[in-house]
Design a protein around this ligand. Sequence first.
Ligand SMILES: [Zn+2]
Length: 384
Amino acid sequence: MPGVEGVHALVRRAHEERVLTLLRERGSLSRAQIAARVGLSRTTLSEITSELLARGAIVVVTTDAQVRAGSGRPAELLALDPHSGQFMGVDLGHTRVRVAVADASHEIIAQDQGSYAAETPWDERLAAAFALIDRIGRDSGVTYQALQGIGVGVAGPQPAGSPHYEQAAAAFRQRFAAPVLVDNNTRFAALAEAIADGEEARDVLYVRLSDGIGGGLVVSGRLVAGRYGVAGEFGHIPADPAGDVCRCGKRGCLETVASVPAVLRACRLAGLDDLAAAVAAGEPTATATVERAATAVGKVLANAALILNPERIVIGGRLVSAAPGIVARAGAIVEAELVPVGGDRPDIRAARLGDDDGARGAIAALFRQSPLLAGYPEAAGSMA
Ligand SMILES: [Zn+2]
């Protein structure tokens, strides 16, 4: 049995571990934020952080002056020593690859993108990703020596155990000798939107309206892949029983009403710039088509919200960039559908992040594997 001194040391070690875990998940926080989240008194926490600062395990990265509205001295923000680790997020999309590298304090220290044709074979996509990673290294001076993990987002629904997942995981593991987490890139984007701007929401529905329609769910702070890895496929929920035949073979899926190709086809327009101009000018066909799409999206999201009771609903994708009114219209439908169940309404918002959302979400998934995402990845991901 340990003596009194030994017990104190064990307790202190446990406190330190909780503080370090919290900072690994959240990036930088003030002492007050840390104290509130780990449930320690300010005095005890001050002792712990002083010790960790003295050992160099954590550092003062900046102050909260830029977000502080009131008076008073800005609080110092503490973070893990940024040099103690690097985390890489890779987003292999249909026509481009994006890579972002974060340090242990969650700062993005390097990022860039490269493009390839839509029909590019899988091994050439991976080669393009590695070429981009090499270029980022040369341009930024980042050597990847401290890589602690790599998150790789892959486009499109990929059932668990998909050869693309296995191939990507094997290629990155071989190249960097670091653990690799592979998952759907839209799902990673959902996680990034759940924590965007430092405003974390634990229950989030995310839908992306682009060439296809995908989505992701965060439930109780966990990214949900589903048993077979294809959770969040909003695009193939029926929206119009008398609608067009979908590429999946069913009729009237949401994707046949509210994807970019479906909307452009209905408006007889060539591109999203044309759509944006037509919507801004109040052109009747474009207005009616976008309204129909927004209504369909709202109904599907309302059904999902009735089941999951989310705190936040995020609508993103290229269609929303061209016709931002979709968010308010879909949001109004959700609000109306939720009236009978009462309670607080979810915050319905446009996506906050840009095209780097998948790469950022992949990094966030690495930071949050434990304990917030305890057990993640489930069936779909592979981390080895
Ligand atoms: Zn479909």
